[in-house]
Design a protein around this ligand. Structure first.
Ligand SMILES: [Zn+2]
Length: 448
């Protein structure tokens, strides 16, 4: 009985031991190679390259990693590491390695052209005569150390202060990003619809209130991060802006403050003059910023055609850039810059879209009252303010002349009129250029 039970126990133990050995052998002889993942590989690599990769081994741990770049049969080592075996079963006990190598391509001795990134990783499994499982990646890379060349197509640019301009140029290779810099402001680039690939145009503004620049700059960055900036000479004529003195009567202050007070109850408790000053110092910049922010995100195509049109049968009540000083009693109490043109016709006159465009805003906008904003593409926008009614919806595509609403006195307006403004990529520009057929031909169409 006893021997039988002993034999039984012996065989059971033997099965357990063999099972355990087989289980351990599976680990030791596992055939899974370490995983290699390159986490930063641009289309082409420039002077500065931050190489990064993740190596992951699930079973026997990492044994060795070797990374180099091979170019013209020459090897440039980036990383080499061997790991110690800690235990029979767990190998090195290190399963993950995240490698980050900031690299100066020139200092590394690499040249323009193709190269191969060679990454090898071994584990501690008993494979390949004890060398371990090997994963090997041969990744073709392209090294580009040449900055892009910019060739302007535009003739010399003769422009007006607070106006718009267009610059057209060709780049020697595809770009990742770029802009035109006018003063302190950057303007977006768009593919030139009239020329082949790598040709760009930018509509830019000479922002009102900023010093008149002598040059504007074209800046581009290629896909490898090489940057080029070139200056482009501009000849800018100064404008004389009208200086207006506006006497604020009790009556006018009461009318204006009571109109804005209804929509802005936070103004409660202030005198009509204080309300007027708060409107100009707080609400006006907010409303201007809202319009300018809208004009930073534009359709990539030119939607407009030929000259822009104004409110029909209207007369100018105020112009772009008018400098208004407000007098109360004998004191100068406020100052504003008029950033559009005011046009008056009949009461509630129908307002046509100045050109083809997409409605990007409709609704109440503080001092501007009920307002419609149109995107004309490539950063160019128009806005229509103080409307008594709005007849279009956000997203509508309008043709030049389509009626978008009616004039009125909403917002900070006394008599019925249209405040018409134009914005270019985050700046107000004078609309007077865009209603001038000849200006458009000389400064936009023939410059493309
Ligand atoms: Zn106005």
């Amino acid at each position: 009985m006893l021997t039988k039970s002993l034999i039984y126990t012996f065989f059971l133990s033997l099965i357990v031991v063999i099972g355990f050995i087989v289980y351990e052998m599976f680990f030791f002889f596992e055939g899974n190679t370490p995983e290699i993942k390159i986490t930063n590989l641009p289309e082409s690599i420039g002077e500065k390259y931050n190489f990064s990769c993740a190596v992951n081994e699930k079973e026997t741990g990492l044994k060795k990693i070797s990374i180099k770049i091979r170019q013209h049969e020459k090897d440039f080592p980036l990383f080499e590491k061997a790991y110690q075996r800690k235990s029979w079963r767990k190998g090195s006990d290190i399963y993950d390695e995240n490698i980050n190598i900031p690299l100066s391509i020139k200092e590394a001795g690499l040249k323009d052209g193709n190269a191969t990134l060679l990454i090898k990783a071994w584990d501690f499994a008993w494979k390949n005569n004890g060398n371990g499982n090997l994963n090997e990646i041969n990744q073709k890379i392209s090294i580009d150390l040449m900055p892009p060349r910019i060739s302007p197509n535009s003739k010399p640019l003769y422009l007006w202060q607070a106006g718009s301009g267009l610059i057209s140029f060709e780049v020697s290779e595809p770009i990742k990003s770029g802009s035109v810099k006018s003063g302190d402001s950057l303007f977006a680039l768009y593919p030139n619809p009239q020329k082949g690939k790598n040709n760009y145009i930018s509509l830019f503004a000479l922002p009102i209130g900023e010093p008149v620049p002598q040059e504007i700059f074209i800046e581009v960055e290629d896909k490898a991060g090489n940057k080029t900036t070139i200056p482009h000479r501009v000849f800018i004529k100064r404008r004389n802006f009208k200086k207006d003195i506006i006497n604020l009567s009790e009556n006018l202050l009461n009318t204006l403050s009571s109109k804005l007070y209804i929509k802005h109850p936070e103004l409660k408790g202030s005198t009509p003059l204080e309300i007027f000053q708060k409107i100009n110092s707080e609400l006006r910049p907010q409303n201007d910023n809202a319009l300018l922010t809208l004009s930073k995100n534009s359709s990539k195509e030119i939607l407009w055609q030929d000259k822009f049109i104004l409110l029909p049968n209207s007369s100018y009540k105020a112009l772009f850039g008018d400098q208004r000083t407000y007098i109360y009693g004998k004191d100068k109490v406020d100052y504003t810059l008029h950033l559009g043109i005011d046009l008056a016709s009949n009461q509630n006159a129908p307002v046509p879209a100045a050109n083809n465009g997409i409605v990007v805003f409709t609704g109440y906008l503080g001092i501007y009252g009920e307002t419609v904003v149109l995107d004309h593409g490539m950063g160019l926008f128009s806005s229509y303010s103080h409307l008594s009614s709005i007849k279009v919806n956000k997203g509508d595509r309008l043709k030049k002349g389509d009626i978008l609403g009616n004039t009125g006195t909403t917002g900070l307006a006394v008599g019925d009129h249209l405040h018409f403004a134009m914005m270019l990529n985050g700046h107000f520009v004078t609309p007077m250029e865009w209603i001038d057929e000849k200006w458009i031909k000389d400064h936009i169409t023939t410059q493309m």
